[in-house]
Design a protein around this ligand. Sequence first.
Ligand SMILES: CC(C)(COP(=O)(O)OP(=O)(O)OC[C@H]1O[C@@H](n2cnc3c(N)ncnc32)[C@H](O)[C@@H]1OP(=O)(O)O)[C@@H](O)C(=O)NCCC(=O)NCCS
Length: 211
Amino acid sequence: MVDGRQMESLSETDGPAIASLYRECADYWTLVAGRPAGEEDAVSLLADRPPTLARSNKLVLGLRDGVRLVAIADALRDYPHAGIWWLGLLLVAPESRGRGLGRRLYAAFESWAAAQGANELRLCVQAQNTRAHEFWQMLGFVALGSQSTTLLELTSQVTLYSRSVAKPSGTTDERQKLAGRCLSTPHSPRRLDTYMPGSPHIYPCLVTEDD
Ligand SMILES: CC(C)(COP(=O)(O)OP(=O)(O)OC[C@H]1O[C@@H](n2cnc3c(N)ncnc32)[C@H](O)[C@@H]1OP(=O)(O)O)[C@@H](O)C(=O)NCCC(=O)NCCS
């Protein structure tokens, strides 16, 4: 529950509502992808997932104000391994930002994911999305490395973030050490493969010796 409303699982029938939210968020898409997102990109949100991931582990959640979507979250459960969840996108409508909604949505999502066995959350942020960096760092995410990645029409440097949700008592150094075993670091370069080139959503696969 967020602000007394339930986050809902979205499906194909919600495509137009997602497209409408995407149009409202043209600022975000232009910043990170070089152009506004629309109808086709909304369809991609519902369909895109890494080829190895079961359809049931792709989750698109929405928060409505009446019939209108005011926020969406896109997640991959147990990817690339059990216990690791990816947040492909957290998007709040422009007029609802800066009022704590993103923070409350994240808190609800994290509790829900942890209750289903998530012990680590991962996500990517483009270098130019400075507000998102502040947001995720404020929530305790640790930057582990960066790599150049293309999203739709724009190539940017993206930072990989991770947060342990099972043992939040670990220090930043401990968490960096733990997660750094799986993620690329400047001293130990490993490959970050981005699935679905041409998709407006990033689902990287971090290829390591352990993977
Ligand atoms: C990033 C986003 C999800 C945050 O949601 P939000 O509802 O705006 O954030 P909140 O109001 O919960 O703010 C939480 C914190 O974010 C930071 N923040 C919020 N507004 C900010 C701003 N204008 N500038 C810098 N930091 C800001 C602050 O640390 C704030 O903490 P505070 O409430 O103690 O001041 C939202 O702004 C959004 O959808 N942005 C466009 C899409 C996007 O960038 N998504 C993330 C992709 S990785």
